[in-house]
Design a protein around this ligand. Structure first.
Ligand code: FAD
Length: 506
């Protein structure tokens, strides 16, 4: 029933308000529903669910029909093997028949500004150093030593690209391409944890999604198991502007001036949204919480799509990746990826190039024309000007400017301890948090958002069903913070669900 919020507004009353309808928000709602809590409202900024798992149309096929490409999440990462542990996203993708193909990271050719130039032996050099660095990360974690940058870890392990642009390109491919940040600012320990828990626990296989219905097909499918068509509990095109929370409830106001008064709320906004003050929280967050938000990093990862006349494709179609080492700038349009390759969108004439961090900020703040010109210069250096025609379609998203995301996905910076991260995760009063960034082990990934949404959904369902139940957890937060992390803190309550010392799968 409607109630007044004391500000001359009449609010819709509900048990749980879910802020955001991405993977975390929808799985949180599913988890509530599975635990007999049906009285919830999901408030979502966009006109569809899925959040950063997002597609758009691009170019046309031979029949003139628009093609679909993923501008956000694209890979199912670390699939796993039947009978063994598997990535839940992989299981869901299979359940809904989402089309995807093995992404072969060995199918790669190396280039520089003179064209094809085989410097692939450097992959092994990096791998050897990486193996040594993994051991170092394990020692730092186990012995409660102070964390350090991945750069320091690589250097100590014998990898020193310094000014060598080819080695820098290899390093970019191995590190920045995954974490959307340089090794210099990434945590050694949690970078390795993040890698191991997905790629060693399950498998080091990634599949690339090219489904013309979109990657979020599986999420739509799951949502339809507990939401009816046009269900009034899902409010799309609804921009949350204020969240007022306390120990007794949460009131959420949107840009239409409507409000929802809930017993509990689950906030799934990205760290980018939280860091950019896009939504006001009242009272202001306590210092421990605001610090937890500010210390984490929100990366930006930009895929720039080009379509060429399919009969004029100039790259070798049997290869998936093309790595470019620019003579002056690290990370300058470094990885091109073909979709016009067997198993993907064959015959489409589409290739895309990825940039991250500073190069993303540059590209995202300049015109399409300028970016196109820069990309075309690189392609013509790689393949010869005479072979490369003008593209017939060109497009890229601007994640860093998107007010509902402010970036693409989070990265764990060095200097952030497990305790600091737990402060990002923990509830304040009856306002709980979930999303890829709150995942201690799978941050940055779809599976992180999925596990966190499910976990918080269970806790909040327990609270709604019986606030005195031990399952209605007040999540731990740390005040004051300690500089490093005793092994006893690698616990379930701090988001540590599986060991990072994984060896199976590879
Ligand atoms: C370019 C890119 C590439 C990626 N690649 C991969 C990949 O290959 N594999 C992988 O596993 N992961 C990848 N990811 C990460 C993955 O997409 C995320 O981890 C996951 O989608 C995050 O889900 P979430 O629910 O935590 O957050 P979100 O998807 O951000 O959900 C939060 C929701 O809140 C909504 N919202 C925000 N502000 C407001 C507001 N004021 N009012 C109302 N609603 C609001 C948003 O619209 C959004 O729907 C990628 C992401 C990007 C952007």
């Amino acid at each position: 029933s409607p109630v007044s919020n004391g500000q001359d507004q009449t609010c819709k009353k509900t048990k749980v308000a879910i802020l955001g309808g991405g993977v975390a928000g929808i799985t949180a709602a599913q988890s509530l529903s599975n635990n007999s809590v049906e009285d919830f409202i999901i408030l979502e900024y966009n006109s569809e669910i899925g959040g950063r798992m997002r597609h758009t149309t691009f170019g046309k096929d031979a029949d003139g029909k628009p093609l679909t490409v993923e501008i956000g999440a694209n890979w199912i990462q670390g699939l796993g093997t039947p009978g063994g542990p598997q990535n839940p996203i992989w299981l869901l993708a299979q359940k809904y028949g989402v089309n995807n193909t093995y992404s072969n990271y060995s199918s790669i050719l190396t280039y520089d500004e003179t064209g094809f130039n085989d410097y692939s032996s450097l992959f092994n050099d990096y791998q050897n150093a990486y193996s040594t660095m993994e051991q170092l990360a394990g020692t730092v974690l186990k012995e409660n030593l102070q964390d350090r940058s991945t750069r320091a870890g690589l250097t100590r392990s014998g990898w020193k690209p310094k000014k060598d642009k080819k080695a820098q390109a290899i390093e970019w491919w191995q590190w920045d391409f995954e974490y959307a940040y340089e090794p210099d600012i990434s945590s050694l320990v949690y970078g390795i944890v993040n890698y191991n828990t997905s790629f060693y626990q399950w498998s080091n296989v990634n599949n690339f999604v090219w489904d013309q219905r979109g990657f979020n097909t599986w999420l739509n499918g799951e949502a339809s198991t507990f939401l009816k068509k046009n269900d009034s509990r899902l409010r799309l095109n609804t921009v949350v502007t204020n969240v007022t929370y306390s120990d007794t409830g949460v009131t959420v106001t949107d840009s239409h001036g409507d409000c929802v008064q809930a017993d509990y709320a689950i906030c799934t906004f990205s760290v980018g949204v939280l860091q950019n003050d896009a939504v006001s929280f009242e009272p202001e967050f306590p210092d421990w919480k605001q610090d937890g938000i500010e210390v984490f990093d929100m990366g930006t990862y930009t895929k720039i799509f080009l379509q060429f006349p399919p009969d004029k494709v100039f790259w070798p179609k049997d290869t998936q990746y093309f790595l470019y080492a620019d003579p002056t700038e690290r990370g300058w349009y470094p990885v091109f990826q073909s979709l016009d390759t067997p198993g993907f969108l064959e015959g489409s004439g589409i290739i895309f190039v990825t940039v991250v961090h500073d190069q993303s900020y540059r590209a995202e703040s300049q015109s399409d024309e300028k970016t196109k010109e820069e990309v075309m210069t690189v392609l013509r250096d790689m393949y010869g000007a005479e072979n490369v025609p003008d593209p017939i379609a060109f497009m890229y998203p601007r994640w860093s400017l998107e007010p509902w995301a402010y970036g693409s996905y989070s990265n764990w910076p060095y200097g952030v301890t497990l305790e600091m991260h737990q402060n990002l995760r923990a509830n304040v009063g009856r306002l709980y948090f979930a999303g890829e960034a709150t995942s201690t082990e799978y941050f940055g990934f779809l599976q992180g958002a999925w596990y966190e949404g499910q976990g918080v959904g269970k806790v909040v369902a327990a609270c709604v069903n019986n606030a005195k139940s031990p399952a209605c957890v007040q999540e731990t937060h740390y005040e004051p913070l300690h500089g490093s992390t005793p092994t006893s803190e690698y616990s379930f309550q701090n988001g540590w669900t599986v060991t990072s010392f994984q060896t199976n799968g590879v």
